[in-house]
Design a protein around this ligand. Structure first.
Ligand code: ADP
Ligand code: MG
Length: 371
């Protein structure tokens, strides 16, 4: 079993746009529904103009609460929220929602059932003269691909079309930013891929700053410039998608955003010794420290060999790949993904090669170290 260095992966999305105006800034925001039990704690994040930031985390971790705090629906108990540099929330101040000029698209599209599509989209535009209002509505409907649906009622539309109306209505008011709370969760799974692509294109085309909530890491990977991973109301990591996947800051992030195995090891001079071989180590752990190395299935490559001590326990066919479950001599389990045409039967002894960009280490903790 050997370790090889993969070509250092380049960050595709750099943080080079730091001179843009921050549209949203959360500074150490805490929000509690019940005293002493914060739903979110000490959340800090920034979205620059045109950024798509995803809030990613499991159910109940505080994603909706964060959006509601930004929108001004929930008072915050500590910290500050700024929109375009203006303080809108602090423990002693809350600018009303309608003055924040935020566009919102939530799980349920909340269209007015008794209003036609045109009137739903025009709803927030009553301050405009009729001709400008009509122009604006037509532009928005064209943008979301709903020209021709003007006179329908919400119940005459599919879920995806209703969601587009909700988007058109939110964007029609030229909001300073858009908050989207799991906007695809009510759609049929076969629609979400197309809707994601369309939404991404629309946000890019209109240079809209957006905070998108999702519990689906694939969605976050596909959409986000940066991902904020929340767990139990705490921000565990805020980074570009590639870094969230390849260099997770915590075991929770590692596990939440993809398959991860944790192999125990001992730190030596500049390396970590494990059952899977020797890994270079970059972090400062003291000599002899007990750690776990995070391994992704795409870093593990199998090659059948009669002398090998590891064996294939199971193969899961996933269409584009095979996911192998492999038992190491110790009985510990690792996973390996291989192309869909590379088929080895269960029981095959295999040599393992681990080819990773970085060695990701965490302190050893019994929960992680056990197979
Ligand atoms: P998510 O959107 O990530 O699923 P939420 O922000 O809705 O999570 O909820 C975060 C936490 O706050 C959960 O523990 C939830 O039970 C609690 N919570 C949410 N809304 C309320 C409320 N209106 N009153 C009391 N507790 C709430
Ligand atoms: Mg929610």
């Amino acid at each position: 079993m050997i370790f090889m260095e993969k070509q250092t992966h380049q960050k595709m999305r750099t943080a080079a746009h730091s001179n843009r105006q921050p549209v949203l800034e959360l500074r150490h925001v805490t929000c509690a529904y019940e005293a002493g039990r914060p739903a979110i704690s000490d959340i800090s994040l920034t979205a620059q103009e045109g950024d798509i930031v995803c809030l990613l985390g499991p159910s109940g971790c505080g994603k909706t609460t964060t959006l509601r705090a930004i929108a001004g629906f929930e008072a915050i108990t500590a910290g500050e929220v700024y929109l375009q540099g203006r303080l809108v929330s602090s423990p002693s101040l809350s600018v009303p929602t309608e003055q924040r000029r935020i566009g919102m698209v939530f799980q349920e599209y909340a269209l007015f059932p008794h209003l036609r599509v045109v009137d739903n989209v025009a709803f927030g535009l009553r301050h405009l003269p009729a001709d400008q209002r009509a122009d604006q509505v037509n532009t928005m409907l064209a943008m979301v691909g709903l020209t021709g649906f003007e006179r329908r009622y919400p119940h005459e539309l599919s879920g995806g079309q209703q969601q587009r109306v909700a988007l058109a209505r939110a964007l029609a008011q030229k909001p300073v930013m858009l908050l989207l709370d799991e906007p695809f969760s009510n759609l049929d799974p076969d629609m979400t891929g197309k809707m994601r692509e369309d939404l991404l294109q629309l946000l890019r085309h209109t240079n809209t700053t957006a905070l998108l909530v999702t519990h689906d890491h694939d969605e976050a990977f596909a959409m986000a410039d940066r991902i904020a991973v929340l767990n139990h109301g705490q921000l565990e990591q805020l980074d570009v998608p590639e870094a969230i996947y390849h260099t997770p800051a915590t075991p929770f992030v590692a596990d939440f955003v993809g398959q991860a195995d944790f192999i125990p090891g001992v730190v030596e001079q500049g390396t970590v010794l494990t059952e899977l071989g020797i890994f270079p180590h970059e972090k400062e752990y003291s000599l002899g420290a007990k750690v776990v190395v995070m391994i992704r299935p795409d870093d593990v490559h199998v090659a059948p060999s009669d002398q090998a001590k590891a064996t294939i326990l199971a193969r899961q066919f996933r269409g584009s790949e095979n996911l192998y479950t492999i038992a190491l001599p110790s009985g510990r389990i690792v996973h390996s993904s291989a192309s869909s045409t590379s088929i080895h039967p269960v029981g095959t002894p295999v040599e393992l090669r681990v080819i990773a960009t970085h060695t990701v280490l965490f302190p050893q903790d019994d929960d992680l170290a056990q197979p």
